[in-house]
Design a protein around this ligand. Structure first.
Ligand code: P6P
Length: 330
């Protein structure tokens, strides 16, 4: 595998390995790649808000400045619709699912895309990394008919692809089509993503735990006990506490170095905060494809049968031995 391969070359080269290799998923991934570059450009200049104007203002070019998450939502939705491959979209930014009739109104699209176009966007004005998360399924209702809710409410184990973009010190696109996880780093000078992290494997264990300890008093007792276990002077502990407040960044670091990310249910958020369909499921697929685990504390995330598109789920994800240990406390 050529380390200097571009994402475009990689998609084509690995298309045949993909069980539905009709090239349609490749076109969809290429659309997401393009939108990621456009969002990256906008996110990177967000720090110049005073010059370019904040949301709702008019920037120097006289354009209406959009909230970045609205901008990201628009860019990803249009890049998906234009390719006529997907028949529907669920977005964190949209209350209802979007039905794509297609250019000939025939709903020929075989795929549905579920996404969080800009996760952690509240961090942008303090210059902290943010991310896009996406999940792709094949539709289960007949091709040629309008997409239905059941097309989006499939268990995560049926995802055909999942990935994220992290807009950080460098911008990376990390994704899987069920045959391992590969990471691509954007060279902004020429606008190409290059294979930089081939076949990512999460270390079986690690010494980093990520959780918002400000919610400690509201956590279930088992989570409190696990956090105390992480902090205890024993064996290779205490672990380091790292919490960026942007899940994609916390997960990306834990995937490369080992670690566990936790967003538990608590008395304030009885089902947790994270959304099953376009945050937990895609990250869980990536975690498992990289040799890690993802659980809601008692059940594999990918086995959960969704009941509504914006449902929340408690989320524990990362190094397999750390997730196992956490589950033993619950
Ligand atoms: P809290 C961002 O809003 C997000 O969905 C995740 O990316 C992040 O890990 C979490 O919420 C942060 O939430 O409640 O700790 O501020």
């Amino acid at each position: 595998m050529n380390e200097h391969m571009t994402l475009g070359e990689f998609i084509i080269e690995n298309q045949s390995a993909f069980q539905y290799s009709s090239g349609e998923l490749s076109k969809l991934l290429n659309g997401l790649r393009l939108a990621a570059k456009m969002v990256n450009h906008e996110v990177n200049k967000a720090g110049l808000v005073d010059i370019i104007g904040g949301a709702g203002e008019v920037n120097v070019q006289g354009e209406d400045q959009q909230l970045l998450d609205v901008f990201a939502n628009d860019k990803f939705i249009h890049s998906i619709i234009k390719r006529d491959i997907a028949c529907g979209i669920v977005s964190e930014e949209e209350d209802e699912f979007i039905s794509i009739a297609g250019s000939d109104k025939a709903n020929k699209g075989k795929y549905v895309v579920l996404m969080d176009p800009l996760d952690g966007s509240s961090n942008i004005d303090v210059n902290v990394s943010v991310g896009t998360i996406f999940s792709i399924f094949r539709r289960v209702t007949p091709v040629g008919t309008p997409v239905q809710l059941e097309d989006f409410l499939q268990p995560g184990s049926l995802q055909v692809a999942a990935g994220y973009v992290v807009y950080g010190t460098s911008t990376m696109l990390v994704y899987t089509t069920g045959d391992g996880v590969n990471g691509f780093t954007l060279n902004p000078a020429i606008g190409s993503f290059y294979l930089s992290h081939a076949n990512i494997q999460i270390p079986k264990t690690g010494n980093i735990y990520s959780v918002n300890e400000g919610n400690y008093s509201h956590f279930p007792q088992g989570v409190k006990d696990y956090i105390k276990y992480c902090q205890k002077e024993e064996e290779n502990r205490p672990y380091s506490a790292r919490y960026i407040g942007s899940m994609v960044s916390d997960f990306h670091r834990n995937m490369l170095k080992g670690g566990i990310y936790m967003y538990p249910n608590c008395t304030k958020n009885i089902d947790g905060k994270l959304r099953l369909l376009y945050e937990a499921n895609p990250i869980a697929m990536l975690a498992e494809q990289a040799g890690g685990k993802a659980s809601n504390g008692v059940q594999r995330i990918l086995d959960i049968k969704p009941t509504e598109i914006h449902q929340r789920v408690p989320f524990f994800c990362g190094s397999s031995e750390m997730v196992d240990k956490l589950e033993s406390f619950l």
